[in-house]
Structure formats: C-alpha cells, structure tokens
Design a protein around this ligand. Structure first.
Ligand SMILES: [Zn+2]
Length: 354
C-alpha cells in the first residue's frame, strides 16, 4: 500500500479559533519556537479583524501576509518569502483561494501548514492538491501535501455566505456518482481500489445525506458538513487519487469551466447538478431521491437557473470525456446523443424524475 499522511490535528468545534496555539502546541510543541505567517485576503482581514488579532497574539512571532488573487505566481512568491525569512509555519485563513495558495506555498517551502477555513465550499480543505490560476482564466491542479493541522471553527463557518456552504453540500453529494465511477474505472483497468478510502468517502456522503438537520443555521449540520468535506479530502490522500471524490459529474463541471466560461456557477453546485445526469447514465434507481436531497438543501437543479441553455448542456456533456482523457467513467459507456441529453435537460427543467 502506498504511504499517506494524516494531519496532526483535526478539530471541528465552536470557538476553536480562540485557542489555535493551545490545540496545535499539544501535538507540535516546537510550533512556539517558529516564525508564523498568517495568510489571508484583504476583505477577510477586515471582516475577521478581532479573530485574526487574537490568533496573532497567540503566536508571538507572527505576521499577516495578504494575497489578492489565487494564482500559481502568488503561491510561489509566498513560498519564496517564507524561505527567505526563515518562517516555519504557514497558517491559511480564508476560503478556497487563500487556502490553496497557503497549501501550495507550504509544500514548496517544506513548511508546516495549518488550515483555518472561513467557509466550506468544497473538499479541498484537506485534499493533497491545490487549484491555482496559471494563464488568463485557466486554472490547473497541482499536487501538494495535505495540511499538518485542520481547525474548523463552527461559529466562523456559520457566518459564511449560504451559496458557498451549498457548494460544499453539492461537492459532498456528488460522491454518490463519483464512487460508482471509481469502481467502474477499477474494473475496466483491472485495478483494485483502496477500500479504506472508499469507505471514508462513502461515510462522508451518508453522514450528510442521513443527518436529520438540513438547515445552514444548525450548528450540528455545519459540523457534519465540515467533517464530510475533511473526510473527502483525506480519502483522496489515502487513495493517492482524486477518484473517491471525482467522477463523470466532475468532468461535466470541468467541461463547463473550460468550454463555457460565461457560465458562472460554483464548483459544488455544478458537480451536484452533474450528478443527476451521471446517476441516470449509471442506471441508478430512484433518481427523485437524489433530486429531493438537493431540494432539501435548497440546491436548484434546473440548469436554466444558472444560464445553462439546452445547447450548452448538451455541448458540455459531449465534451466532458475529453477534459480528463485518462479517466474511465460511465461516460465511456453512454449514449451522449443530442436527443438523449436533450430529454434529460427537459426533465431537469421541469423537475420530473422517477
Ligand atoms: Zn469537487
């Protein structure tokens, strides 16, 4: 079995940002002798001024480093700054953009990395990859290390915009079709899949699906969502692949991003919406249950709500397999004709599922 790393700390609690140093130094005592850099973005520095000041006070030798875009160059600049100034700990404080920059810079500079998310929009919190801007609108996925510590403060997440949290829910629901495609890929190539990673990813999905509370105002639900996203990232680390979290529904999302840049939709909502046709292609039973689950979380599955016309929908699915040619998914065994995709689109618009 390939080796994998797990974080020293994995805490999802209320008010835990008030004692970051305390919880980390229990596991990594040397943290107090290292210089710390707190990476965030200007809008969050303003919004969470008190919280950031408290974390800074907690770590004696610390400074704040502001980033304004999520590009590869910004991450490399940060890594350079960290190396040249003898910094031993990078704390990422923010959403996906900030966290991916901090994660990649920590990987390049071989520095301890603590992840402090302020929102839960996808499972990249704990994953071993960073998605960074390269040229123009293009974004690329780069391999890196998972965080040494993941600390989620429920009180902070409760203040995150609903659209971002719904995206996190969508990214978790999409494991329903991703896991099926992972098995299909293994069968096709005659490989074995990592059962432990499969189980963790499946648990992330079921814990969210069967949790009684569905409201974003419920602390117990936010805790389950945070844990599910962290488990999703760890499943990728354990399997050494993104397959436990990414199947044909993610190829649909990549295809939208690459071919239809005019469509503005979050990653998690796009993959959740993609999981409905993917489940139909996979011949899964009771598609309405999947649709109802999304409705329970107020995730709109009508493509028109996001400006996705029938033409774009058909084009995005037909171009989806080409976005990751090495991946075997249900799309390799599916009739992606205009007629069939058009019918599925009509059902998604009218909301009729069996
Ligand atoms: Zn995803």
């Amino acid at each position: 079995m390939d080796s994998f790393h797990l974080p020293y700390n994995l805490i999802v609690e209320e008010g835990v940002f008030e004692c970051v140093n305390e919880v980390m130094s229990d596991c990594v005592p040397e943290i107090n002798h290292k210089k710390v850099i707190l990476v965030t973005e200007p809008s969050l520095q303003e919004l969470f001024a008190d919280c950031l000041e408290e974390i800074q006070r907690d770590f004696e030798k610390s400074e704040v480093y502001l980033v304004d875009s999520g590009t590869f160059d910004v991450a490399v600049d940060l890594a350079k700054y960290v190396c040249m100034n003898g910094i031993g700990v990078i704390i990422g404080f923010g959403g996906g953009k900030v966290l991916d920059i901090a994660k990649y810079a920590a990987f390049v500079s071989k520095t301890l990395y603590l992840c402090l998310p302020t929102t839960l929009s996808n499972d990249s919190i704990a994953s071993p990859v960073a998605v960074l801007g390269t040229k123009g609108d293009l974004r690329q996925t780069f391999g890196c290390k998972i965080p040494s510590g993941i600390i989620v403060d429920i009180d902070v997440i409760m203040k995150a915009p609903a659209v971002q949290l719904k995206s996190g829910i969508g990214d978790t629901i999409s494991k329903y079709t991703a896991l099926y495609d992972w098995r299909l890929d293994a069968r096709h190539y005659g490989k074995t899949i990592n059962d432990f990673a499969y189980m963790i990813s499946d648990m992330a999905l079921t814990s969210l699906c069967y949790h009684e509370e569905k409201s974003l105002k419920s602390k117990s639900f936010i805790k389950v969502l945070a844990q599910a996203l962290v488990m999703g990232g760890l499943a990728m680390e354990i399997s050494g692949s993104s397959r436990p979290s990414s199947g044909s529904e993610h190829l649909f999302c990549h295809s939208l991003e690459e071919n239809y840049k005019e469509i503005k939709i979050t990653h998690g909502i796009a993959v959740a919406m993609g999981s409905i046709p993917a489940a139909i292609f996979q011949d899964r039973q009771h598609i309405w249950k999947l649709v109802n689950l999304m409705k329970a979380h107020q995730i709109d599955v009508n493509p028109q709500s996001y400006g996705i016309t029938k033409e774009i929908f058909i084009g995005a699915w037909q171009k989806a397999p080409a976005t990751r040619k090495d991946r075997y998914t249900i799309l390799n065994e599916t009739d992606l004709s205009e007629k069939r995709l058009g019918e599925i689109y009509d059902n998604m618009v009218s909301g009729e599922f069996v």
